[in-house]
Write a protein that binds this ligand. Structure first.
Ligand code: NAI
Ligand code: MG
Length: 323
């Protein structure tokens, strides 16, 4: 029995969590789902967007499934705080198209520092955010990227940075990347400035296997990946540390479509698959991934983001029927 904390959060986070749990419950593996709160609605009710019970529950569970939260200016980001509290320094985001073979790469985003360190202040005349990049943080994320490339038998790891304008901070990241690369002679290592990278992702995505980058750049590139695939509703992510994992779609709470039963649940369901892999249930993960691949190929059931008229539950029902 796996103990799983579930945090649906706000907006479509709620709507995509429900079908994901339904799908996981059809598997032979047994899960004890522990629902917890976070986000804007939680703040209105409890005066905090991230109660201590939620953090403790995540720490005590085998894994956490997270939907999405609506951010609020009064509080620090719930998801960024959770990633830090659980020391989930890796954010792994596979961008895989089921229709276009040229698009199949994984973004490894540094998840614990950079511009997400919550080091920001307003001095009255000016506001300053500190972008903290450490050798330790850079080396451990680059090492993970090369290990991951080795594991999935990919040929190349590409670093994205802006060391021409940020020679100190991104200098640390770039030099750490090439230092780590020396230990992996069988894997090609190259780097691009983040702006050029944004272009190559569109003009020549086939060249990428594994991309490793700092926190904000990884955040931006992964939504661009959503654009490449045609919808953010297709991209899952894994937040991983030494002994814990939190799995969430790349998208947010999508207030523009919330409450309409329109959200594509695939990103959340695929995040559940990344959790299954993390728990050692690779066969179950593969089964669900294959079913989703089939559904996307068949184009029979399509939520509005994919150009169809089906709703969230239709997609869930079709996945369960095929399973
Ligand atoms: P968003 O990711 O919620 O939505 C961007 C666009 O993609 C919208 O047009 C939305 O309708 C569409 N979209 C997203 N997921 C979809 C799905 N599953 N199916 C179909 N269409 C989908 O980003 P946005 O609008 O910038 O942010 C909304 C709120 O979410 C904000 O409060 C933001 O801070 C928060 N947010 C939370 C995240 C998290 O909890 N990890 C991540 C990103 C944003
Ligand atoms: Mg984002």
């Amino acid at each position: 029995m796996f103990k799983i904390t579930t945090i649906p959060g706000d907006g479509i986070g709620q709507e995509v969590m429900k079908p994901t749990l339904e799908i996981l419950e059809t598997l032979n593996a047994k899960f004890d789902f522990i629902p917890q709160e976070a986000g804007k609605e939680c703040y209105k009710k409890n005066g905090t967007n991230l109660p201590i019970e939620t953090i403790n529950s995540c720490k005590e569970s085998d894994s956490t499934l997270f939907g999405a939260v609506t951010s609020i200016p009064e509080q620090k980001s719930a998801i960024v705080t959770l990633r830090r509290e659980l020391d989930l320094y890796i954010n792994q985001r596979p961008i895989k198209s089921y229709n276009n073979l040229d698009i199949n790469f994984t973004i490894i985003r540094e998840n614990s520092e950079g511009l997400y360190s919550h080091l920001e202040e307003d001095n009255g005349d000016e506001a300053i955010a500190i972008r903290k990049i450490t050798y330790k943080g850079s080396e451990r994320i680059c090492k993970y990227a090369f290990d991951y490339a080795t594991k999935i038998k990919k040929e190349k790891v590409t670093a994205a940075h802006k060391a021409n304008v940020l020679p100190l901070t991104d200098g640390v990241f770039k030099s750490s990347f090439y230092k780590v690369a020396e230990s992996y002679p069988n894997i090609k290592a190259n780097d691009y400035y983040i702006d050029a990278m944004a272009m190559y992702l569109i003009t020549n995505p086939a060249q990428f296997d594994v991309i490793v980058t700092t926190n904000l750049f990884g955040d931006i590139l992964s939504d661009q990946g959503g654009g490449l695939l045609g919808s953010l509703g297709l991209i899952p992510s894994a937040n991983i540390g030494e002994d814990n994992g939190l799995f969430e779609p790349v998208h947010g709470s999508a207030p523009d479509i919330a409450g309409q039963n329109k959200a594509n649940p695939i990103a959340m369901v695929l995040s559940g698959c990344l959790m299954l892999e993390f728990l050692g249930l690779e066969d179950d993960a593969k089964k669900i991934q294959n079913v989703i691949e089939d559904i996307i190929h068949e184009e029979k059931i399509k939520t509005p983001d994919l150009g169809g008229n089906n709703n969230t539950q239709d997609m869930c029902d079709e996945i369960i029927r095929k399973l």
